[in-house]
Design a protein around this ligand. Structure first.
Ligand SMILES: [Zn+2]
Length: 423
């Protein structure tokens, strides 16, 4: 779109500011001249906008590199970076088995972080109390209670307009819970909500500074398994917010009963619970001895331990990880053939298995996808892995500072702070 034809100078200013913010985010630390080159705005315009953004404390100056002296050969010019402290975003990630909460800055740097294990069969009211408790711990660690926005990552199916968690197969007692409003009553402001797998995709796209407008398929292995497709910066959304339920595609007609009511869903083979069941079964057969040795007194078995032992060379754990990889790879290969993405990105609790699980998935994708597609696809682990949806929740809140204004949105750059009250 040619914004110069709109004839609204305020809009043009807002568009140019976002171009500069985005360029600094992608290039940082960077010089004004580089921002000018990337945005194609003339140097004087960039200088004016940068001065305003410095005044608003959205950007900050840092010492330039010694190898890049200024035009007169003297002191190198100052470089620009995003000012992480310019925003304080409360990011909340609700997983069936764990709550993660962080205070995140404009640069997506985590200032404070807390997590708490929860029981996925708890009543929603209990879990909401636990969320508030973790938020209070986080807030009390910060010097001030100013919060510029809240992003909430949810599992399962949601009504994103109303902020309702409709259902989550892994949290059986959650039915049509208006979680956005319930949290807003306690926190003093309403969170922006999105499904965790979409937030992982949003975060992965945000962290990708390459110029290619590529299509990313994100597979998330958490308590459940989900998928998200992000193409040219836009998330694919199905009807009613029910897209991406790859975990409930049937891969074995006579397979185990799934919590959704079907038999043989992918999830029954690869979810957190499925991994734990597999390990318990192996332990009964006197296998996976390393798991019982590594488990502390009263410690809950989590897949991370199995992945970590697998990586350290434990054969039984490695076999379990490979088997999970084969199932995920099978589903991934089908998706790759269907969607032909440029990248397949894996996130979730798989970080400690990295090479092992990537190899198993890669093998299936190479074996089963069409040659034209498999030749160019890149398969990789997500950055930030299990914290990707949490950071995505922060992206959900801050992205308007960097993206083109949509006409329905406020164009104001002014601070949107308010105080979080958890009393
Ligand atoms: Zn199912």
């Amino acid at each position: 779109m040619d914004f110069s034809t709109i004839g609204n100078s305020d809009l043009i200013t807002q568009v140019n500011r976002r171009l500069v913010m985005k360029a600094v985010r992608q290039l940082q630390p960077t010089y004004r001249a580089e921002v000018s080159r990337k945005t194609k705005l003339n140097p004087a315009t960039v200088t004016g906008i940068v001065n305003e953004l410095l005044r608003l404390r959205l950007l900050k100056e840092v010492a330039g590199e010694k190898k890049s002296p200024g035009p007169t050969g003297g002191r190198p010019p100052m470089m620009l970076e995003l000012n992480n402290t310019a925003r304080k975003i409360l990011a909340i990630d609700l997983e069936p088995n764990i709550i993660r909460v962080a205070l995140v800055g404009l640069n997506l740097e985590i200032v404070h972080y807390r997590e708490k294990l929860i029981n996925r069969r708890s009543q929603p009211e209990t879990v909401i109390k636990q969320i508030i408790q973790v938020v209070e711990e986080i807030i009390s660690r910060g010097k001030q209670r100013r919060i510029d926005g809240i992003g909430l990552s949810l599992p399962g199916m949601i009504d994103r307009d109303e902020g309702i968690l409709i259902s989550s197969t892994n949290m059986p007692l959650w039915k049509n819970v208006p979680i956005r409003d319930l949290l807003a009553q306690k926190l003093g402001q309403a969170p922006q909500v999105e499904r965790s797998v979409h937030l992982a995709a949003l975060h992965q796209d945000w962290s990708d500074n390459s110029e290619e407008l590529n299509t990313k398929l994100v597979l998330s292995l958490r308590t459940g398994i989900g998928m998200s497709l992000i193409s040219r910066g836009e998330l694919y959304m199905g009807a009613g917010g029910f897209e991406g339920e790859i975990g409930h595609t049937v891969i074995d007609l006579n397979g185990p009963l799934c919590e959704c009511g079907n038999r043989g869903c992918l999830e029954t083979f690869v979810s957190t619970d499925a991994v734990i069941e597999r390990v318990k079964l192996a332990m009964k057969k006197n296998k996976c001895k390393a798991v019982s040795e590594a488990l502390g007194d009263g410690e809950i078995l989590r897949p991370e331990l199995v992945y970590s032992l697998a990586r350290d060379g434990d054969k039984d754990c490695a076999e379990i990880v490979r088997e999970i990889g084969r199932y995920v790879g099978l589903a991934a290969a089908n998706l790759v053939n269907l969607l032909a993405p440029d990248k397949l990105i894996l996130c979730g609790s798989i970080d400690t298995a990295d090479e092992l699980i990537l190899e198993a998935i890669g093998q299936q994708v190479r074996q089963r996808s069409l040659p034209q597609i498999r030749d160019h696809i890149k398969i990789q682990l997500a950055s930030a892995l299990d914290k990707s949806p949490l950071l995505g929740a922060a992206v959900l809140v801050i992205r308007d500072i960097f993206e083109m204004p949509r006409l329905a949105q406020s164009l104001s750059f002014s601070a949107v702070s308010s105080t979080v009250s958890t009393s």
